[in-house]
Design a protein around this ligand. Structure first.
Ligand SMILES: Cc1cc2nc3c(=O)[nH]c(=O)nc-3n(C[C@H](O)[C@H](O)[C@H](O)COP(=O)(O)O)c2cc1C
Length: 366
């Protein structure tokens, strides 16, 4: 019998169960990035729905080029910290723990309140087209290759935002190192064509990632949960593979652990997808084999497979995305043996805002 519904300790925090809400961008903050009451209702709903841990949507980290989407929240000034604090208090009152996801968009840049110029490891655009449900842009812009000074500013932004998140009452930090955003771009041989000590061999491509982990750890202190989300694929290129294969991914997990991360959060199209250039392991199984680091796993976890996944990865948290959108009370429904709905992507159209979701819910109310 799985312990998935039992309380458990995840580093220094006590969680009521092993379910986490996956981070999901909803582009519903104020235009200046301040979190608002609509977002408070939204996150509180998942806490009331039984998720032990919530992870926020990707939240920007500086007033330079980190923001990627219009109406994305930030955590860089007093108003934004205060906005998040209200939401954190509501989530805590409903019984869940809450981590912030800190995100720098890099080349995956569709709108920014502070600048029109994206920055990335190199002057290389993402594959495919921008995401329509996050904005109106139809073409990517060519990013500027980041200088040493730009890199330092980005690291400082992550560190200050982490300190701000602790001040807002969050229970931990998830650094966004996945899905094609800045840190993932540095790891990727598509985006990163640099010939300095941030490019080339994986050891160099890892340099910014480990710098950010170390800076965040230093900003929040030793006792506070810090982790990083990792993937191979990106939002517009889900099949990208690290040329270094499973051993390369293991090297990344070990490096972030050694830099001070308490956990990694692996995400793939399916938690059991075998998609390395070599061997037949999943991202989650490679990470699970690394000692001294906790695990959150994500990818197609639903009511049919959660027990198997929980048994396969003892102690790991199970992060749920689409099934949570469709059923904000997913965990409570499992406990009560109630029916679980499939997602209807119409709820995210024409934009993935909370307002459009609420309109869809009103229209589809039985
Ligand atoms: C509307 C939407 C927004 C998302 N925004 C983010 C985000 O801000 N940060 C992130 O790391 N992943 C984001 N994701 C990816 C999800 O966290 C998750 O990895 C993905 O939905 C796969 O998990 P699932 O199969 O449980 O849905 C988003 C997904 C959706 C559907």
């Amino acid at each position: 019998m799985s312990d998935v519904m039992q309380s458990n300790k995840f580093k220094s925090i006590e969680l009521p169960n092993r379910f986490a809400l996956a981070p999901m961008t909803r582009t519903s903050a104020e235009p200046d990035g301040t979190p608002n009451s609509l977002m408070a209702d939204h996150y509180e709903g998942y806490a009331k729905g039984g998720f032990g841990l919530l992870i926020t949507e990707g939240t920007y980290t500086d007033d330079k080029a980190s923001q990627g989407y219009a109406n994305q929240p930030g955590i860089i000034n007093e108003a934004q910290i205060a906005g998040w604090k209200t939401i954190v208090d509501r989530v805590h009152a409903a019984g869940s723990k809450f981590m912030v996801q800190l995100m720098h968009a890099g080349a995956q840049f569709q709108a920014n309140h502070y600048t029109d110029q994206p920055m990335g490891p190199s002057a290389v655009m993402p594959k495919g087209a921008p995401l329509g449900f996050y904005g109106d842009q139809t073409q990517w812009q060519t990013p500027e290759a980041m200088t040493e000074a730009d890199i330092k500013a980005a690291v400082d932004g992550f560190a200050q935002s982490a300190a701000n998140a602790r001040a807002a009452g969050f229970d931990g930090i998830e650094i966004h190192g996945a899905n094609g955003y800045l840190l993932n771009q540095f790891l990727s041989t598509h985006f990163n064509t640099r010939d300095d000590n941030y490019g080339g061999a994986l050891e160099n491509r890892l340099r910014l990632v480990t710098k950010v982990v170390r800076a965040v750890r230093k900003a929040v202190g030793a006792d506070y949960p810090v982790g990083i989300r990792l993937s191979q694929g990106t939002v517009t290129d889900p099949d990208y593979q690290l040329p270094e294969g499973a051993a390369g991914f293991r090297q990344i997990v070990e490096a972030v652990r050694d830099a001070g991360a308490d956990f990694v959060h692996t995400t793939d199209g399916d938690v059991n997808r075998h998609h390395f250039t070599d061997g037949d392991q999943s991202l989650a199984s490679v990470a699970a084999a690394v000692e001294g680091i906790e695990l959150i796993i994500n990818g197609n976890i639903d009511e049919t497979n959660y027990q198997d996944v929980a048994n396969q990865f003892p102690g790991a948290l199970l992060a749920v995305g689409k099934k949570a959108l469709a059923n904000p009370d997913f965990v409570q429904r499992l406990k009560d043996g109630k029916e679980i709905a499939d997602i209807d992507f119409a709820m995210l159209q024409p934009k993935a805002t909370i307002g459009n979701e609420l309109a869809w819910r009103r229209q589809n109310a039985a």
